[in-house]
Design a protein around this ligand. Sequence first.
Ligand SMILES: Nc1ncnc2c1ncn2[C@@H]1O[C@H](COP(=O)(O)OP(=O)(O)O)[C@@H](O)[C@H]1O
Ligand SMILES: CC(=O)N[C@@H](CCC(=O)OP(=O)(O)O)C(=O)O
Length: 287
Amino acid sequence: MVFVQERKEQALKDGVFPSTLVVKLGGSALAEVPDSWFAALARLARAGVRLVLVHGGGKAIDTWLEALGGTPKSIGGLRVTDESTIPLVEMVLSGLVNKELVRHLARFGISAVGLSGADGELLKVRRHPNPSLGRVGHVVRVSLAPLEALWAAGFVPVLSPVSVGEDGEAYNVNADEAAGAIAEALGAPVVLATDVPGILAGGRLLSELTPEDVRALGASGVLKGGMLPKVEAALRALAGGAPWAVILSGRDPDALTALLAGEAVGTRILPEAVCSESPYPKAGEGR
Ligand SMILES: Nc1ncnc2c1ncn2[C@@H]1O[C@H](COP(=O)(O)OP(=O)(O)O)[C@@H](O)[C@H]1O
Ligand SMILES: CC(=O)N[C@@H](CCC(=O)OP(=O)(O)O)C(=O)O
């Protein structure tokens, strides 16, 4: 046990991790992300890894919406966001959740700057083609300049997914999609941390999948609700040249350090060519 811990610490010291990394913390796990995650993120930031943290907050929006007499509704994992709901979404995500995370990161020595997709036009969106979703956008353009400016100044960007439309208005964007679009633009790996250990099928954790496997699982109905934008984000990151995308539990204290040490954790989605050579068990039992 001690040996495993030492090996993980050594791997972090040795730099066995990417130079740029997108980490998305889902609202379903945000309140329960263990200290070990923040300590690992702090080590990455200190080691000069260009880190982007994207956060969700779907649960917090639900709580506020219900407190105000509203009823949360979603289609295919995306929130139906009418004109009266978008200000609440922006207040909760870009205000409360974003700033709480920035303050929390400071406790671990991470100097973070909170921003939303609207800042520096980081994420430019177009209205989602499904009119029933209301003010929901899908990302059509990513400007990396705000991230690069923050990295150059030594800050870790912490991103709320609320973004700006081509019409200049605020749009609600799913946080997985925001993370996937940024990972695509950077060609960087993306870690999608949520409240389940990864993609489950018949109660089993699928530890490694190709994009083709993911599409087949989607078509077979195994992937539902909030898992749908996650796999879309993973596929988008890979399409941009990311070497991998992983979906794992943001509640597991060891998950991030294990991942960074190169261990099989969660569900890893790899490009087809790499997948066949991977040392990880394909579609088998994972952690
Ligand atoms: N095949 C699947 N394997 C695991 N989880 C799944 C699957 N299909 C749907 N889900 C659901 O996806 C949820 C995670 O998405 P979501 O609730 O949106 O989390 P987050 O807030 O982290 O984005 C899980 O809690 C689970 O209910
Ligand atoms: C359009 C859309 O679905 N937006 C999301 C944005 C927050 C989010 O994605 O939070 P999680 O990561 O916790 O799911 C929402 O309003 O819930």
